[in-house]
Structures are given as structure tokens and as C-alpha cells.
Write a protein that binds this ligand. Structure first.
Ligand code: FAD
Ligand code: NAD
Length: 510
């Protein structure tokens, strides 16, 4: 599986080797637990997705002991039902499209992707939905693994139930970090329950290609899954309630994705909602649409956003409302719980629902826990190891459609809303030599937003083949707040698509 950690870190401290910085309530909690024969750790992480893994890894590297509680598969949604399998489905058709876009290579491409081989490669990337490798990594990293569903049982306590109904209680000396992620939200469509619709899970794990697939939602999941299954041979209809895809993105990027999907044969219907669905004895799903027409399909994918996985997590035992997103400060500490021992990182805090941002928050959260455990007096400030400052200023994202779109920082609308005096600079990426070498008739567009008061880039959006690999340069510029007259000296290599940076700066007037 990609991004699987293979290097072992130092073994965790035993529960008895506590840090010097225990306050009296920490000591009491540990004492009570020992008396009851329960396990005590410096840090308890609930949820073993990418975020939880990073919290546990980093606190252990900082010298604390950690237990990680996971009810399903270590690696989380990302590894088995989200990022990894979806990109495994999207990459083979993308590779074919890239070859087709280049004369000389095009002639060697005969036919479309081999769906069975694509699905087999996807299965390989998700390790056939087993987590032995990840569990092995936890052990090598010195993290105590506890398989089971965790729930808070009051201050610093986590009760864990395994699949056989037995329970144990873990106690944290310093911190509990909730990293339980999110699940697909189901919109209010009559008949949805019990007819076996697809969510992101089925859409990334399906064993075969449906003949006809309907997709509800024009967000990232909807766009990527429509692109993937269409490329693998399904006849795809997208039902988008608004007038455009990707509502949070610059209009031109959303338009590029819509144009690409339509050019590839997706029936993209905006201003369209399903009001009711049913599945007949023959397995066919019939959706009633808002214009009273009917749509038949073999699978019905709901990709209408996420809900937090906080039901049954015992939030009420610490005074929080169950079922909601968990508010945190920039160190991922839960603001509404006294004592400063509870943290929440990744999707569950709703700051940025992306794996790389969850991992980043995990690193910040762990640094904050370790610093506070060591008695560091001021665990705050911007751009510190313990603060997830980029959540506010520089969240990068790539949508792996055809064409790709990628963005970081603010859109023009967001900059205006924030009251910034920005100048918008645009350039057609196809005019860059590297782009025309990369693909014949390359079509793409770049937009850079410059904060005129500080002369720094505050946002960048790119649309076009291969732009995903370009966005990190923009992220560095935004996070580094690199003044434009210094950015001018970051010379892009010729003939790469990165020369878009030179063109944007020239367009700005440098
Ligand atoms: C189809 C799809 C594609 C995506 N593609 C991308 C992409 O390309 N790039 C990207 O950056 N992001 C992508 N995302 C988003 C990404 O998957 C999430 O942001 C990421 O998985 C969040 O990580 P997490 O660790 O916070 O939560 P999760 O990955 O959801 O992990 C949470 C873990 O906690 C466990 N858990 C939950 N409750 C309990 C409990 N009570 N006790 C014990 N364990 C518990 C769960 O079993 C799970 O393993 C995609 C999402 C979807 C749906
Ligand atoms: N490549 C990537 O980075 C990637 C890929 C997939 C998912 N993700 C992340 O996963 C998260 C979830 O993605 P998503 O696409 O499910 O959510 P989303 O919030 O991106 O999009 C949800 C879409 O569903 C629509 N919608 C909401 N309620 C609806 C209703 N009742 N009826 C019809 N349509 C409705 C919205 O208008 C929107 O278009 C996102 O935050 C995204 O960043 C990232």
C-alpha cells in the first residue's frame, strides 16, 4: 500500500516510565487505573487512519507512550475506501489518455483500459482490505495497538470494546486524541435506505463495472468517481443540484472538469435532484428526478458530503454533543472541554477534510501534546511545530479528473470576502513550451492571486493535464510568503510546465 511506513522508530516507553510533567489529576488518573488493573499510556489515540497513525507515531518519537485504538482497519478510510483505491482506479485511464495526447505514442494505444486488470491493481493497493502491514508498522514504531471500538468514559478514559463484546478501559496520563474521521452523509431522498445504494465505500471497492451508474453530488468524490467508472466502461449520469461542479473552486477550474467529463461521455445534469429512488426485483434502480422524469441505473452513488464519526464515541461523558464535528484550536485541542487533555485531529474536526491535512494536523497535535507534557510554557503562535496554521492559509488539493485541477490558498471570491486587495493574474498553460511538449494541443489555465499590500501570492489555481504535480510550488510560495521580487529568482527549468511561474510573474509585470 502506498504511503505505508516501513521504518521502525524507537520502542515506546512502558506505561511506568512517565514524563516529569504530570499534574496531580494526571497522577490520580494513572493511579486509579493501575489499581483497577487497566492499562495506562501517556497518550491514547482513537482511530487509526492517517491522522491517528501520525499522532501516535510522533508522540512516541517524542518519548511518550501511546496506544492506538482502531475498530476496523489500520490505515483508515484513506487507505481502503478513499484516496488510495480511487486514485488506483483513476490512474490507468489517465496514463492511457496521456499517451493518446502525444503523437507517436498515440499510434501504439489500441483500445481502452482493461477493467479487470485495473480492479486487480486497485485490490493490490488496498492489500485486499487487510491491514497486516499497517499493524506490523505500528508494532515496529513502538505503538501499542488495541483492536476495538473506543469511546470516551469520562476524563482521560477510553473504554474499548472488541468484536466479541469484551471491554477494557485505558487511561491517558496526558492526552486522548480523537481521530475517528468521517463517513458518507446520506441526503434526504425518499427510499434511499435499504436499497443498497453506493457510497464512497462501494464506489472505491466495487468488484465489477456497473452498466449504468447514477452519481448524486458534484463535489470531489462525485467528479472523481464519475470520471473513473466512466473510463472503465460504465454509462454515467451525474445529478448535480447546483448550477456547477466543485462549488468551492474557481469557476474556470470547475468548468474545465465539467467540460472534460462531458467530452468523455458523462451525462452531466446540473440543476437536477433525485427526489425518490427504488430498486426493482430485477436489481434496476429507478430514480425520480425533480422535473418528474425517471432515470434508470444499475448502481446509485451518493456523494453528497460527509458526516463526522462521533456517534457512540462517548462525547456526552465529557460534556460534548454526540454526533457533531468537534471544534478545536490550532493545536487541535478541544476548546469546549476543561483540563486541556482532549484533542481531535483530521476529518473529525472539520477544518480540512484531506489526508495530507489530517497528517499535518496529526503532527501538530502530537507536538502540542509532547510540548505540554514537557512543561513548555507557551504552546501557541503561528507557524509553530504545534500549530496547524496552514489550515487557514494554505490547504492544497488536487482533483484527479481529466483534466486535473489543483489549488492552494484563496480563490478570488474568498480573497474578496477576506477584504484583501488582490490582483488576479492569469495565463494559458498551453502557451508554455513544456506544456506543448507534454501533450499535443495542451489546454489549461493558471490563475495566481497576489496580495497587493504584501506583494505575496495568496492563492493559485491550475487546470490542465499534469498540473497536480505543479501545485506544491505554489504551496511553498504561499506558506513561505515569498515576496514576488524574490520569487522571480526561483527559475523554473526549461522545458517544463513549471515555466508557467515565469509567465505568471511576467504577466504580473516583473
Ligand atoms: C472517495 C474519497 C476519495 C478521497 N481522496 C482523497 C485524496 O485523493 N486525497 C486526500 O487528501 N483526501 C482524499 N479523501 C479524504 C480522505 O480520505 C480523508 O480526509 C482522510 O481519510 C481523513 O483521515 P482521518 O485519519 O482523519 O480519518 P479516516 O481515514 O476516516 O480514519 C478514521 C479511522 O478511525 C476509525 N474509527 C472511527 N471511530 C472509531 C472508534 N470509535 N474507535 C476506534 N476506531 C474508530 C475508523 O475505523 C477509521 O479507520 C478522499 C475521501 C473520499 C471519500
Ligand atoms: N482528490 C481529493 O483531494 C479528494 C477526493 C475525494 C474526496 N475528497 C474530500 O472528501 C470530502 C468529501 O467529498 P464529497 O465530494 O463527498 O463532498 P463535497 O462537500 O466536496 O461535495 C458534496 C457535493 O454534494 C452536493 N450535495 C450536498 N447535499 C446534497 C443533497 N442533499 N442532494 C444533492 N446534492 C447534495 C453538494 O452540493 C456538493 O456538490 C471533501 O471534503 C473532499 O475534499 C478529496
Amino acid at each position: 500500500m502506498t504511503d505505508r511506513k516501513t521504518t521502525a522508530s524507537a520502542p515506546a516507553d512502558t506505561a511506568q516510565d512517565s514524563s516529569d510533567a504530570q499534574d496531580s489529576s494526571e497522577a490520580k488518573a494513572a493511579g486509579d487505573a493501575r489499581a483497577a488493573g487497566d492499562a495506562v499510556f501517556d497518550v491514547i489515540v482513537v482511530g487509526g487512519g492517517p491522522t491517528g497513525e501520525n499522532v501516535a507515531d510522533r508522540v512516541v518519537k517524542a518519548g511518550l507512550s501511546a496506544a492506538l485504538v482502531e475498530g476496523e482497519l489500520v490505515g483508515g478510510e484513506c487507505s481502503y475506501w478513499a484516496c488510495v483505491p480511487s486514485k488506483a482506479l483513476l490512474r490507468p485511464p489517465a496514463a492511457l489518455a496521456e499517451a493518446r495526447a502525444v503523437d507517436g505514442a498515440r499510434q501504439a494505444v489500441n483500445g481502452g483500459p482493461d477493467a479487470a486488470a485495473v480492479l486487480a491493481r486497485r485490490d493490490h493497493f488496498v492489500s485486499d482490505w487487510t491491514d497486516d502491514g499497517q499493524v506490523g508498522w505500528l508494532k515496529s514504531a513502538g505503538i501499542e495497538f488495541v483492536r476495538g471500538w473506543g469511546r470516551l468514559a469520562g476524563e482521560r478514559k477510553v473504554e474499548v470494546r472488541d468484536g466479541h463484546g469484551s471491554a477494557r478501559t485505558l487511561t491517558a496520563r496526558h492526552a486522548v486524541a480523537l481521530c475517528t474521521g468521517s463517513a458518507a452523509a446520506l441526503p434526504p431522498i425518499d427510499g434511499l435506505d435499504g436499497i443498497g445504494v453506493w457510497t464512497s465505500r462501494e464506489a472505491t471497492a466495487a468488484a465489477g463495472v456497473p452498466r449504468r451508474l447514477a452519481v448524486v453530488g458534484g463535489g470531489v468524490v462525485g467528479c472523481e468517481m464519475a470520471a473513473a467508472w466512466n473510463a472503465l466502461g460504465a454509462q454515467v449520469t451525474m445529478l448535480v443540484r447546483g448550477d456547477r461542479l466543485l462549488p468551492a473552486w474557481e469557476d474556470f477550474a470547475a468548468q474545465a472538469v465539467a467540460d472534460g467529463l462531458r467530452a468523455d461521455g458523462v451525462d452531466l445534469r446540473t440543476g437536477t435532484r433525485a427526489t425518490a429512488v427504488s430498486r426493482g426485483d430485477d436489481g434496476v434502480v429507478t430514480a425520480t428526478l425533480n422535473d418528474a422524469t425517471l432515470l434508470e441505473c444499475d448502481e446509485f452513488l451518493v456523494a453528497a458530503g460527509r458526516r463526522p464519526r462521533t456517534d457512540g464515541l462517548g462525547l456526552e461523558t465529557v460534556g460534548l454533543e454526540p454526533g457533531g464535528w468537534i471544534d478545536v484550536d490550532d493545536t487541535c485541542r478541544v476548546t469546549a472541554v476543561e483540563g486541556g487533555w482532549l484533542y481531535a485531529a483530521g476529518d473529525v474536526n472539520h477544518r480540512a477534510l484531506l489526508t495530507h491535512m489530517g497528517k499535518y494536523q496529526g503532527r501538530a497535535c502530537a507536538a502540542a501534546i509532547a510540548a505540554r507534557a514537557a512543561g513548555e510554557p507557551s504552546v501557541d503562535g503561528r507557524w509553530k511545530p504545534w500549530t496547524a496554521t496552514a489550515d487557514h492559509a494554505a490547504v492544497p488539493q488536487i482533483v484527479f479528473t481529466r483534466p486535473e485541477v489543483a489549488a492552494v490558498g484563496l480563490t478570488e471570491r474568498q480573497a474578496q470576502r477576506a477584504g484583501l486587495r488582490v490582483r488576479v493574474v492569469e495565463y494559458p498553460i498551453g502557451n508554455v513550451s513544456g506544456a506543448s511538449l507534454f501533450a499535443d494541443d495542451y489546454t489549461g489555465r493558471a490563475r495566481m492571486l497576489v496580495d497587493e499590500d504584501r506583494s505575496v501570492v495568496v492563492g493559485c489555481t491550475l487546470a490542465g493535464p499534469g498540473v497536480g504535480e505543479l501545485i506544491h510550488a505554489a504551496t511553498v510560495a504561499v506558506v513561505g510568503e515569498v515576496p514576488l521580487d524574490r520569487l522571480w529568482h526561483a527559475v523554473p527549468s526549461f522545458p517544463s510546465i513549471s515555466e508557467i511561474w515565469l509567465r505568471l510573474l511576467e504577466e504580473y509585470g516583473l
